[in-house]
Write a protein that binds this ligand. Structure first.
Ligand code: NIG
Ligand code: FE
Length: 430
């Protein structure tokens, strides 16, 4: 892919500063918009000049360098420009679908019931074991393009539907294969062999954890197939001590720990994640205040996944996003795209849910899909706009930033630049 030289003129440019001022001091009576502008580093009538793959300049449009005015430079116009959206938590490699469970849940069965009856994740495991690496890569490729059209420039993808050494490697190799296709989206992979205990190890949990630690993690590391290691630590999945063992083993193989914690019960996973130095703890519906404080002290990003609550019919048990912000956590947002609990690739909808269900502000929601999501993966080179850094930008056909979560169900993305090249482009003439 060749690098493009582009000057983009935006009504509003959101740069996303490192430390959001006054995040802890949310006051619903205060000037929410002024605060949002500060936490998003919002500039009016501003521009970005992309050259040689990096952000060469950004600032007030009138002050753009002469070079950005040249006839040889492509000119683009957008209502709002943000850092490229970072989708930090997905299970995008899968086969088959679970529409039948969607119907069952809507008729009253709970996710836990289905999981404990041997359905749920294990149904997708059966389908993935049947699929070839080519089939998994092809369906992932299609999903990646859908994410790009919806504004995503960095996509995290987990394994965890194989649950044998070969099937976990197959999932991660499918991610690697799509990466080799030169897609306009950075793929970040996460090993999640500890997604659930497979049927064949039903009576030998310890044997399965041994397999993960003694065989899977070393093999994944040997092929350099994953940057992160994740565990579903919850009732019906793995205990805190099992999760800790897996994450420590992953850490010993240079995989940054992350965790699915406190989704179904307060099992103590988030506190353990803070002690272990995980980059994020995700879900958190049942997290304690003490665990949130420990997460804030250890820079563990809180990843909030409201689409899951909608899919599972549990909007009465939401993660305490406002409390997380109040104690000083960075809050990231993600779809959790997966065939069971969140069959959506739409971060726009997730931002709307963050505002409507979690009382987050539009600025907090936009931080959640940019710098917040970058922090969830311990990355400091994405999710923000800085001179000299790789150019990842999402352009939106919206009159102002608040419109993005507010006008839900419409894709406002008009263009995407990923690593200095155009990844998706509609009506963005200068
Ligand atoms: O993040 N909570 C566990 N894992 C996934 C669900 C995966 C599935 O049901 O297939 C999640 O929600
Ligand atoms: Fe998940």
């Amino acid at each position: 892919m060749s690098l493009d030289t582009i000057a983009i003129h935006a009504d509003q440019l959101l740069t996303m500063p490192e430390d959001a001022p006054a995040l802890q001091n949310y006051d619903s009576q205060g000037d929410l918009e002024a605060r949002d502008r500060a936490i998003c580093g919002l500039l009016e009538d501003a521009g970005v000049f992309v050259k040689d793959g990096v952000i060469n300049w950004y600032g007030p449009w009138d002050e753009r360098p002469d070079e950005a005015r040249g006839n040889d430079v492509s000119q683009a116009r957008a209502g709002v420009v943000t850092p490229g959206w970072v989708e930090c938590h997905t299970h995008s490699v899968f086969a088959g679908d679970r529409a039948d469970e969607f119907v069952l849940r809507n008729a009253g069965r709970s996710y836990s019931d289905i999981l404990e009856a041997g359905g749920g994740i294990l149904n997708t495991v059966d389908a993935v074991r049947e699929a070839s690496v080519d089939e998994l890569a092809q369906s992932l490729l299609n999903r990646v393009f859908e994410f790009v059209r919806k504004g995503v420039t960095t996509l995290e993808v987990k394994s965890g539907y194989g649950l044998t050494l070969e099937d976990e490697l197959k999932m991660l190799r499918a991610i690697d294969r799509v990466r080799d296709e030169d897609v306009p989206c950075e793929l970040v992979s996460c090993f999640m062999g500890a997604h659930t205990v497979p049927r064949d190890f039903k009576d030998d949990r310890e044997g399965y954890v041994d397999l993960i630690c003694n065989e899977m993690i070393p093999a994944v590391s040997e092929e350099d197939l994953a940057d992160y290691c994740d565990v579903f630590c919850d009732r019906g999945a793995f205990t805190v001590s099992e999760a800790e063992r897996v994450l420590m083993t992953g850490k010993g193989h240079d995989m940054t720990p992350r965790i699915h914690a406190e989704q179904l019960s307060d099992s103590g996973g988030a506190m353990m994640a803070a002690e272990l130095g995980a980059s994020s703890a995700d879900h958190l519906e049942h997290v304690s205040k003490d665990a949130l404080k420990a997460m804030a002290n250890s820079d563990v990003t809180a990843v909030v996944l409201p689409a899951v609550n909608v899919f599972l019919g549990t909007t009465d048990q939401l993660a305490p996003a406002r409390q997380a912000l109040k104690v000083g956590c960075e809050v990231a947002l993600s779809t959790d795209f997966n065939p069971g609990t969140a069959m959506t690739q739409d971060l726009g909808m997730v931002m709307n849910l963050a505002c409507n269900l979690h009382q987050m502000t539009p600025g907090e929601a936009l931080r959640g899909v940019t710098i917040g999501a970058a922090k969830a993966m311990d990355r400091d080179d994405i999710g923000r706009i800085r001179r000299g850094e790789p150019a990842n930008l999402t352009m939106l056909n919206a009159p102002h930033y608040q419109y993005i979560p507010y006008h839900v169900g419409t894709n406002h993305v008009s263009g995407v630049i990923q690593d200095g090249s155009i990844g998706y482009w509609t009506n963005t003439e200068g």
